[in-house]
Ligand binder design. Structure first.
Ligand SMILES: Nc1ncnc2c1ncn2[C@@H]1O[C@H](COP(=O)(O)OP(=O)(O)OP(=O)(O)O)[C@@H](O)[C@H]1O
Ligand SMILES: [Mg+2]
Length: 234
């Protein structure tokens, strides 16, 4: 699904914020991406979302080397990716409903199908009463839920989420995690950037850990123990 080989990134003439990043994400996997503030989580997601080109190294997405692709050639790849941005990036002049409907309309779904799907998902994330509100009239947590709904509505092949539960209380945060897990069971590959240790302890997924621009893979602390107990199927 994703392969990075010796990838580096710098902004302008600044230092390398990502150095020699190597990893492969298999289709259908679920990873947390973690590390201290400023470690480069958002930058790494930006590369995976094809929002920026690496300064060096190779990136392969969906079996395609993306280094040589033009912006136009990247567009169909990007349509397979759902992205929840750290700062949401909702369209300010569109209602919650129209923001979430956008990916379905781009895919050419009928208005009836779009309405049914968007209504159901907005109800599910607890925004049934705010479908026609514009983002600036809603709280941070409500805007975050719109951003999540927009990212998942078209069932992307790859879902990237940057601190998607940052503005949410535990209950709604866990509810949205279960939405991601449901999507993952249906085949979506998922990467979630988070600082939230409680979330990572509760949901047992592999961790990509960024530190000082380098990436390593870690298993959750009690992962092995739980395997032994048979809680998680090996
Ligand atoms: N657009 C940009 N231009 C210049 N430098 C940037 C830009 N975006 C990020 N950086 C720098 O890259 C480094 C990594 O930033 P990034 O936002 O990827 O970290 P992060 O791990 O997502 O942090 P946080 O947990 O606070 O969201 C930081 O030193 C930051 O200052
Ligand atoms: Mg960030």
């Amino acid at each position: 699904m994703i392969r990075f080989e010796h990838v580096g990134l710098r902004y302008g003439i600044g230092p390398e914020v990502l150095s020699d990043i190597n990893f492969t994400l298999e289709p259908g996997t679920f990873h947390f991406l973690t590390g201290p503030s400023g470690a480069g989580k958002t930058s790494l997601l930006r590369l995976m979302y094809l929002g920026r080109r690496p300064t060096r190294g190779l990136i392969n997405m969906f079996g395609q080397n993306v280094n040589g692709l033009s912006r136009e050639q990247m567009a169909p790849l990007r349509q397979r990716i759902g992205m929840v941005f750290q700062n949401f990036r909702l369209l300010p002049h569109l209602s919650a409903f129209d923001n979430v409907a956008l990916p379905l309309r781009i895919q050419g779904k009928t208005e009836k199908e779009t309405k049914d799907n968007v209504d159901e998902l907005l109800q599910w994330v607890g925004l049934g009463d705010h479908m026609h509100s514009i983002p600036s009239t809603l709280s941070g947590g409500q805007q975050q839920r719109i951003a999540i709904a927009r990212a998942v509505i078209a069932r992307p092949k790859l879902l990237l989420a940057d601190e998607p539960t940052g503005n949410l209380d535990d209950e709604i945060g866990f509810r949205l995690m279960s939405l991601f897990e449901q999507l993952n069971r249906m085949g979506t590959t998922i990467v979630i950037a988070t600082h939230n240790n409680q979330l990572m302890d509760r949901f047992h997924h592999l961790r990509l850990v960024l530190e000082g621009g380098h990436l390593k893979t870690e298993e959750p602390k009690n992962w092995i123990q739980r395997k032994v107990e048979g809680v998680i199927k090996a």
